[in-house]
Ligand binder design. Structure first.
Ligand code: SF4
Length: 176
């Protein structure tokens, strides 16, 4: 019996794609390059998928809680106070659709982002202050049960993926 290798949802900016708000990429770690070569990576930039252009104005969540944006109790705002929440939620839903389509249970998303951050996000004051919180996409994926790691936690992500790989090892055939 065989099945396809488990795949991982990865922030497109961590795969060398220049999709950040400032038109740049966020590096391309070697582990992610290897997973790409193995066909394990499903890339996505939720903000672009949600319809935002690149480059685009930086945006933050006052209070830093992506789950509140999903629930309609907080907004994602640019420095000019434009409400871009709808695009962020649309991008999160695209991520959710990909996760369901590919049966993904692990994601590696860019730290600190109002979409992708998994532990800290900016607090909405555009002063560089981070608070404990998660981005809109991360919040939605966690509600689906996806484990979300950042590029700062690649060792942990690799261990989690290895656990998913274990059932691929065929048990020895019983002796007749
Ligand atoms: Fe896109 Fe997420 Fe990277 Fe921002 S952090 S550029 S939303 S993939």
């Amino acid at each position: 019996m065989s099945r396809s290798k488990p795949t991982v949802l990865v922030s497109a900016c961590l795969l060398g794609q220049p999709v950040r708000y400032d038109g740049r990429a966020s590096g391309h770690p070697g582990l992610l390059q290897r997973w790409q070569a193995e066909g394990r990576v499903v890339p996505l930039c939720p903000e672009v998928a949600g319809g935002l252009p690149t480059p685009r104005p930086a945006a933050e969540i006052p209070g830093g809680q992506g789950a509140q944006v999903l629930d309609g109790t907080a907004q994602v705002l640019t420095l000019a106070a434009d409400d871009v929440s709808a695009a962020f939620v649309a991008g999160a839903r695209q991520a959710l659709a990909l996760v369901r389509r590919h049966a993904i249970s692990i994601a590696v998303l860019k730290s600190g982002s109002p979409s992708c951050g998994n532990r800290l996000t900016y607090d909405g004051t555009f002063s560089g202050v981070k608070v404990p919180g998660e981005g809109v996409t991360t919040a939605l994926l966690r509600r689906e049960g996806v484990q979300v790691f950042s590029e700062l936690e690649l060792d942990a992500a690799e261990r989690a993926l290895a656990l998913l790989d274990e059932p691929l090892i065929e048990p020895p055939s019983p002796q007749a």
